[in-house]
Write a protein that binds this ligand. Structure first.
Ligand code: ADP
Ligand code: MG
Length: 393
């Protein structure tokens, strides 16, 4: 798949370029926490500014569900963006083109304050189009969603003869993930974990068509263990997905994909750092206990499975890594990836946070800014935000 990039944008001197970014960063009491996503769109913003464009930057933040939520305003994000870009960033409180100042960079208010964003509403897209002489999508984390700023807006702009292209961040994601999708160095090992179980279970079936081995930890492992007849105690479980999971596992094994599930887990009665812990068999977690990390035997097996990999895709922590008693599995997997000779790609906000905390961010080949988007891309699906940027020339 080839997409149009900034190279195909043409002359933008003096033009207003609408940049859809993914500035969905964690906010704590009105202060930006991890600002990786802001930093990630800076190269595109800088390049456009150097080319003389005026930028209208837009993003969603959190899940306000179509109404104004004071805590989800983008002003704190605007302040960090201004620091990063070294230029004034004006934040608008409302999405109206009449009040658009003539500054170098304007940040629109949280797109999801308007119900039209998630509804992919053409009228809302029309309102956004008022700001745009051209359009750049640098929000990789949102390309899998048919939302107005990602789908209807570029479509509308293209229909009226304006340009719509991918920014450098989206370009790089498509390059790197495209390589994993079409021509991965083998063996190709995928490690899945985390807690967004129902989102990620669907990925298992399609990933098994591409990978040589599947390593599964985190909360999602328990639905697989239960599907195979194990007792998972009070661990997180998606009861209504057991049949799907069973057939995905069978299909994987029929295709010759090695599936690694935890053999032992660190269990506790509650998700608390002070809770008493016990290492138990993964398929015999006692009633009342929750599996909260992979155990030492599993760490050894998973580390082995990663050692000879040619490519590794990792999405989702192996346990409740935020609490020290349940952090060892995630830490071990992070080090195993970093030390392997494989081409390593990580996606997922929490997985990235875990790697950063270990000081290992630099040891990976690619840190994907889009967890869900990267998984859907690797499923080989057509993503609305990318399809519209496809180069059909
Ligand atoms: P990512 O953001 O990397 O995609 P998820 O959002 O799916 O990952 O999941 C991350 C969360 O999963 C973390 O907050 C972690 O505490 C939680 N988690 C991991 N393993 C377990 C487990 N066994 N039980 C409960 N929660 C878990
Ligand atoms: Mg997460």
């Amino acid at each position: 798949m080839t997409i149009r990039t900034l190279d195909a944008l043409g002359d933008v001197a003096g033009a207003r370029v609408f940049v859809r970014a993914d500035l969905n960063v964690p906010l704590h009491d009105g202060v930006v926490g991890d600002d990786t996503r802001i930093a990630a769109m800076v190269p595109t913003a800088r390049e456009l500014l150097e080319r003389g464009a005026r930028l209208v930057v837009a993003s969603h933040l959190g899940r306000p569900k179509g109404t104004v939520v004071e805590d989800l305003r983008l002003a704190p994000v605007g302040r960090v963006l201004a620091e990063r870009l070294g230029t004034r960033v004006t934040t608008l409180d409302e999405v109206t083109p009449d009040t658009l100042p003539n500054d170098d960079v304007v940040l629109l208010e949280n797109l999801r304050f308007d119900p039209g964003e998630e509804a992919n509403d053409v009228t809302f897209a029309g309102a956004l189009a008022e700001y745009a002489d051209a359009y750049v999508d640098d929000a990789f984390g949102a390309v899998h969603r048919a939302h107005a700023s990602v789908a209807a807006l570029p479509e509308l702009l293209l229909a009226s003869g304006r340009r719509a292209v991918a920014g450098r961040l989206v370009q790089r994601e498509v390059d790197v993930l495209g390589r994993l999708l079409h021509d991965p160095a083998r063996p190709f090992v995928a490690i899945l974990g985390g807690a967004k179980v129902s989102d990620k279970l669907g990925v298992i079936a399609s990933l098994t068509e591409r990978v040589d081995a599947l390593v599964i930890g985190g909360a999602m492992a328990f639905t697989l263990i239960a599907a195979e007849g194990g007792k998972v105690g009070a661990s997180l479980l998606e009861q209504d997905r057991l049949d799907d999971v069973k057939s995905a596992l069978t299909a994987a094994r029929e295709r010759g994909v090695t599936v690694h599930l935890p053999s032992d887990v660190v269990a506790a009665p509650a998700i608390e750092a002070a809770a008493p812990t016990d290492v138990v068999a993964a398929e015999a977690v006692p009633e009342g206990l929750m599996g909260l990390d992979i155990g030492p035997a599993t760490i050894a097996a998973f580390t082995d499975a990663l050692a000879g990999a040619g490519s590794i895709l990792w999405n989702g922590p192996m346990g409740v890594f935020e609490l020290e008693p349940f952090a060892a599995g995630t830490r071990a997997v992070a080090h195993a990836c970093a030390e392997s000779g494989a081409f390593t790609v990580v996606g997922g906000g929490d997985s990235l946070a875990a790697i950063t905390r270990e000081g290992l961010a630099g040891a990976f080949d690619h840190l994907s800014t889009g967890g869900g988007a990267s998984l859907e891309f690797l499923e080989g699906r057509s993503l609305p935000g990318l399809a519209i940027l496809e180069d059909d020339a």
